[in-house]
Design a protein around this ligand. Structure first.
Ligand code: G4P
Length: 528
């Protein structure tokens, strides 16, 4: 197979949702269809318990399992599918944001009864920043839920996206008769089944035919005809280009638990989802079909065993062909590195690979060379764009609690920050270290891992802040004045960028008013 064909057969995506909408179940059913796993229940354990108190063993287990499920690759209908796993727990949202930099599209799972939930809104926001194509799957239609039209309205309003239904439920909950696949003009009759993976569908080209009434009953058939008339009136004909450009999100309905509507989702997905897309760098846009290899690190996973402090760095291949035992250029360190055991992930199996292509994710064993966002090339100096840090919401000072272990603590903090566990800011006035996170759990994870992996003890001191925002301006005078007046609130991030530690939303608003030439950014990547 030519490299071009290899690239064109790849679909790399993530499934995102608010916890409990059915992401894990859907992932698992997709793997079942792909023949990558044999029984349902295999992916289930990839979850932190939904208890309010954190459970350390669960977190450790999660870290271990999620290496195996970081990428789930399988072949389906001649297409190589790479599903990138994203942590369900909201405290790990930053991990999810980063994973989204490595996908070419996403499937958004929405619970038919709960509709659009907060975490879905946040994640979709991140996808929209990069115009990532989104396919929406409305799950759990075997249960009573919201009216399908109301739900589409809610999605459009809350997610601020335009939608286009490609399938339509016939009844819901107890009354669920089936789903009409608008995309393929086929009828799927509902039959609850958690294990069976292939069901026959009935081809119905003429909706007026009696065939429809025979299959689902007269009244539901009438209702379906009315609904489809309405859909045709409201939504213009589906155009794949508008999906690929991120303008319109197609919507499909089903029940992951019952294997219903999943094959249709997958069949539609492989037809419309994007192949590996070009990737922006500071210097230029990389086209996947370029001959030379380029890739970037979007995730780093520490070894669970504290005795072996090696890590796995996940590289997304952006162009060219990646090969084992070949020297590649690590741009930030300005040095050549060779990888003897690059690993690919096929469902739950890890295996050493000889080569990989754009769209693929390869795991590289690393002893501390990599940071999130690092570039690997064949010699070109590139800085990948679009791997920003997001403004954290929780802050604490971190202090050394064991004076004998200062070095270990510094090293531990450094490495954990490289992994992207949290963000470190240094307060300019007193040089104190501040850890910023999106969830409380990270503070506990950091403390636990510093102790168990680095033998260091830390203590936290609470810090009441609203947000950290990056500031920039072309007006140097205003910038100097701002930094001087706000000196107690100024810090630097890991790259030495200026960060304003705002104690309230009000103080940001006031600052914006007083310093109209200063821009306040909520992600670390911005144009001045
Ligand atoms: P998540 O990864 O998005 O957090 O969700 P997950 O797949 O774990 O699903 C959350 C719950 O919703 C699970 O039930 C799962 O069985 C159920 N679920 C998923 N898809 C459907 C569906 O199509 N219909 C119905 N009725 N339920 C569905 P649970 O009780 O929390 O877990 P479990 O005890 O079943 O494992």
């Amino acid at each position: 197979m030519s490299i071009k064909e290899e690239i064109e057969k790849r679909r790399t995506f993530a499934i995102i949702s608010h916890p409990d909408a059915g992401k894990t179940t859907l992932t698992e059913k997709l793997l079942l269809f792909g023949g990558a796993i044999q029984t349902a229940g295999a992916v289930k354990s990839n979850k932190i318990k939904k208890t309010a108190t954190s459970d350390w063993m669960e977190i450790e287990k999660q870290r271990g399992i999620s290496v195996a499920t970081s990428v789930m690759g399988f072949e389906y209908s001649g297409v190589k599918i790479n599903i990138l796993d994203t942590p369900g727990h909201k405290d790990f949202a930053e991990d999810t944001y980063r994973t989204l930099t490595a996908v070419d599209s996403v499937i958004v799972v929405v619970d038919v009864a709960k509709g659009v939930e907060p975490q879905t809104e946040k994640l979709v926001e991140v996808c929209k920043m990069r115009a990532t194509p989104m396919l929406i799957f409305i799950n759990k239609i075997d249960r009573p839920g919201k009216d399908a039209f109301d739900l589409l309205d809610e999605i459009e309003k809350k997610l601020n996206v335009k939608v286009h239904p490609l399938s339509w439920p016939i009844g819901m909950g107890q009354q669920l008769k089936g789903v009409y696949n608008i995309f393929e003009k086929k009828l799927n009759i509902f039959e609850a089944d958690k294990q069976k993976i292939a069901k026959e569908s009935v081809e119905i080209n003429d909706l007026d035919s009696e065939e429809l009434d025979k299959n689902i009953g007269e009244e539901p058939a009438m209702l379906l005809r009315d609904d489809l008339d309405l859909i045709n009136g409201v939504y213009p004909e589906f155009n794949v280009e508008t999906y690929l450009s991120g303008e319109i999100s197609p919507v499909m309905f089903g029940s992951a638990l019952n294997n219903f509507g999943i094959k249709e989702l997958l069949d539609c997905f492989i037809r419309i989802a994007p192949t590996p897309k070009p990737k922006a760098t500071e210097q230029r846009v990389i086209n996947p079909f370029e001959e030379k290899f380029t890739g970037f690190i979007f995730k780093i996973h520490a070894n669970m065993d504290p005795k072996h402090r090696d890590r796995i760095a996940f590289v997304k291949i952006c162009s060219g062909q990646f090969q084992r035992n070949t020297n590649y250029y690590h741009v930030r360190l300005n040095k050549q590195l060779k990888f003897s055991n690059p690993t690919s992930f096929m469902a739950q199996k890890k295996e050493v690979i000889d080569d990989a292509f754009p769209g693929d994710i390869v795991g590289l064993y690393d002893s501390g060379n990599f940071k999130i966002g690092d570039a690997l090339t064949e010699g070109e100096k590139l800085d990948f764009k679009g791997i920003p840090s997001f403004s954290p919401e929780l802050f604490q000072y971190i202090e050394n609690a064991d004076p004998m272990k200062a070095k270990q603590l510094a090293k531990g903090i450094d490495q954990l920050m490289d992994e992207g566990v949290a963000q470190l800011f240094i307060r300019v006035q007193n040089n104190r270290k501040i850890i910023g996170t999106v969830g409380q759990l990270q503070f506990e994870v950091i403390q636990y891992r510093l102790e168990h992996e680095y033998g260091a003890l830390c203590a936290y001191e609470p810090l009441q802040l609203h947000k950290a925002c990056w500031i920039s301006s072309t007006n140097k005078e205003q910038l100097i004045d701002f930094k001087m007046r706000k000196a107690p609130y100024m810090a630097r991030d890991k790259d030495g960028k200026d960060v304003f530690l705002a104690d309230s939303a009000y103080s940001i608003d006031i600052s914006k008013e007083k310093y109209p030439d200063i821009l306040f950014h909520f992600t670390s990547e911005f144009d001045v």
